[in-house]
Ligand binder design. Structure first.
Ligand SMILES: *Cc1c(COP(=O)(O)O)cnc(C)c1O
Length: 379
């Protein structure tokens, strides 16, 4: 029997990626600039909407970092960040010498809770400091509560940096994720919905800000024949080789979203009849998730005390990868001494939650192998 590893989310090439990479070699554009970079940016701008101006960068983390720089986050500033996320949402706050303030999730989208957000802002202001920015995340591709979060941000006039690293192709009320924040970040890491082997992009609202981001990402060189610098720069630009992979991936993005959503339907159907398992799903038609990862929570009191860890081990036994949900940032040793506002929702999700294999490249035999483990575990 075939027992090859079933991954949570692995790269899935469409076929034309190598053509773009070959073009780069043929024309000797083997550099952090060139026609693939410009082409990939145009593809992303067309995909998002006409008000998006995209700069291709070396990673999603670089995009979040440059986003904070462009929002003028400085040492000593406070930045609010969703606690339930990957550390790359929060690390750039530290790069800027600023202070992260962590905010809990709500139970419907698992993303930042608008009520806890407002409590945090009010308390920080009463302590004498208004937060400089809010980092909100569309976890696992599920849009956060866009209207509620942005209403709070607007009320207190605080900029939103939208971490859309996991949510390319997701939308809320037919508006794409990555277009809501003052600035947004995308990621094309190897495990994301599309990949450039490693890469990211910053999404801005106009050409000047995009140009500024690109300027900062290429060492902040002033206009001069020699190397002249008036600002601190970064080496964050995407290479023309990686962008070639990205252009090929853009051709299959919507197809791969459909396949990820089919994996989600597979789990949704499977767990419908099993009491004690909840599958993260859109709460209404306004939300559309790319279902980058399908995620469940397990109520062990309804499953004879068996936990998500028991299920993870049962899957691992059959060479199937699954992973607990993101461990909240305020529980991480590196961040545990920073302020946290919430009701322990993220903590509970982490304790009971598991991400299941979700790749667009999983085939029916893979589903069958997953189903066999679930059958033994739940019946
Ligand atoms: C992947 C990811 C990032 C970072 O992107 P990289 O391209 O890996 O640097 C940031 N935030 C979230 C939520 C992510 O999942």
């Amino acid at each position: 029997m075939n027992n090859s590893k079933i991954w949570l989310s692995s790269p899935h090439m469409g076929g034309t990626e190598q053509k773009y990479v070959q073009d780069a070699f043929d024309t000797n554009w083997v550099a952090p600039l060139g026609p693939n970079v410009t082409g990939f940016e145009a593809d992303l701008e067309n995909y998002l909407d006409s008000n998006s101006f995209v700069g291709a960068l070396s990673s999603g983390t670089a995009a979040i970092h440059l986003g904070l720089v462009l929002l003028d986050v400085k040492p000593g500033d406070e930045v609010i960040c969703q606690t339930m996320t990957f550390s790359a949402s929060a690390n750039p706050i530290m790069y800027q010498g600023a202070t992260p303030i962590f905010v809990d999730s709500e139970l419907e989208t698992w993303n930042m809770c608008p009520l806890s957000l407002e409590k945090a802002i009010v308390d920080r202001i009463s302590n004498g400091k208004k937060p400089k920015a809010i980092i909100a995340v569309h976890l696992y591709g599920m849009p956060y509560k866009v209207e509620e979060i942005h209403a709070v941000a607007l009320k207190y006039e605080i900029a939103v940096l939208e971490d859309s690293a996991e949510a390319l192709g997701s939308h809320y009320k037919n508006k794409k994720c990555g277009t809501f924040g003052d600035i947004a970040a995308l990621s094309f890491n190897g495990n994301k919905i599309i990949t450039t082997s490693g890469g990211g992009a910053i999404v801005t609202k106009n050409n000047e800000i995009k140009d500024k981001a690109v300027f900062l990402s290429t060492q902040a060189r002033d206009y001069a024949p020699h190397y002249q610098h008036s600002e601190v720069g970064f080496n964050y630009r995407m290479s023309n080789i990686c962008a070639g992979i990205g252009r090929g991936q853009m051709e299959v993005l919507d197809k791969h979203i459909l396949l990820r959503r089919k994996m989600h339907d597979f789990y949704k159907d499977y767990f419908e009849s099993i009491e004690g398992v909840f599958v993260l799903t859109e709460i209404n038609d306004s939300y559309f998730s790319n279902h980058w990862l399908s995620a469940i929570t397990i109520d062990s009191t309804k499953l004879n005390g068996r936990t998500r860890e028991d299920l993870r081990l049962a899957l691992e036994e059959e060479n199937i990868e699954s992973r607990p949900l993101w461990k909240p940032m305020h529980l991480q040793p590196v961040f545990q001494n920073y302020p946290y506002y919430g009701e322990k929702i993220a903590e509970t999700l982490f304790e009971n939650g598991l991400c299941l294999p979700s790749g667009s490249n999983l085939v029916s035999q893979d589903q069958e192998r997953i189903k066999n483990v679930l059958d033994v575990f739940f019946k």
